[in-house]
Design a protein. Structure first.
Length: 69
């Protein structure tokens, strides 16, 4: 089961990061935030797949997996 509090916290972090980015890089802000969100989504999907297919090895799961996009 996915921790809802962690999910909400991650979304709040994305929102605060996007406000800083839009102040510093207004022209590229949408692309940068979209890229950050995409990477987080890919990690989330990888975790969910790991939970679904290999619950016994969850303890040995590493976040240092290659993300191809």
């Amino acid at each position: 089961m996915v921790n809802i509090r962690w999910s909400i916290g991650a979304l709040e972090d994305i929102e605060s990061i996007s406000s800083y980015i839009s102040q510093d890089y207004p022209e590229q802000a949408n692309e940068i935030v979209r890229g950050i969100f995409f990477v987080i989504l890919k990690v989330y999907i990888t975790i969910l797949k790991k939970l679904r297919y290999n619950r016994k090895d969850l303890i040995s799961f590493s976040f240092n997996q290659n993300i191809n996009y």
